[in-house]
Design a protein around this ligand. Structure first.
Ligand SMILES: O=C(CO)COP(=O)(O)O
Length: 213
């Protein structure tokens, strides 16, 4: 299982969380990555943790003021999220951003709300899709419990389009039990945020997340 922690714009210490994530990943032998704000990619990557951007722009080099250039992100990051529900892209832009990320050598995790969107995004060839019903984001109610059919449906939908695309799930995931439930439903990773970024003890939260793996 892959545990991808999205720090969003939460008021947290990205480097401290990154250090904890790197330790937990090493101790547990589990893939754990951290997706900080773009300006924190370098110090987070400096901890040795697997580092993801939260977004890259659907453009390459050129006159694109304010863009998040995939090639620049790749100087520090190993991968990137795309099309998160809080950073939604048009279908054509998902396609172009995937091209830019892949050209830069970034692993890609494209987000989708439901199995139908998973099928559409999987057709564009990301390394993985992450199904996340927006209404469950930040609620602490895990998608694996609230709506397990979304997860199984996403796994089936992606498999019908391209079985090389991994399927992760997210929204409300915060415990090791949630991670095991997600695996039981067929996903090979989880995407989460508040369970770690807003935790009083992020290290303890990370240790619990991987405890059953
Ligand atoms: O948006 C998410 C991860 O990208 C899910 O957020 P929560 O883990 O806070 O529900």
């Amino acid at each position: 299982m892959f545990v991808l922690v999205n720090l969003k714009a939460y008021d947290c210490d990205p480097v401290a969380i990154a250090r904890a994530a790197a330790d937990v990943a090493d101790d547990a032998g589990v893939r754990v990555a951290v997706a900080p704000q773009a300006t924190h990619l370098a110090p987070v990557a400096g901890t040795g943790v697997e580092t993801f951007a939260q977004h890259v722009s659907p453009t390459g080099h050129g006159s694109h003021t304010g863009s998040t250039l995939a090639a620049a992100v790749a100087e520090y990051a190993d991968g990137t999220l795309l099309n998160h529900s809080e950073r939604r892209l048009r279908l054509a832009d998902i396609d172009a951003a995937l091209d830019a990320a892949e050209e830069a050598g970034l692993e890609t995790v494209a987000c989708a709300n439901n199995p139908e969107q998973v099928a559409a995004v999987a057709a564009l060839g990301p390394d993985a899709v992450a199904v996340e019903p927006p209404e469950l984001i930040g609620t602490g109610t895990p998608v694996s419990a609230a709506d397990p059919d979304i997860v199984t449906g996403a796994v089936a939908a992606a498999g019908e389009v391209d079985d090389s695309v991994s399927v992760y799930c997210g929204a409300g995931i915060s415990t090791g039990e949630d991670v095991l439930a997600a695996r039981e439903l067929g996903s090979s990773g989880v995407l989460l945020a508040s369970g770690v970024a807003k935790a009083d003890d992020p290290r303890a939260a990370l240790e619990d997340l991987v405890s059953g793996l």
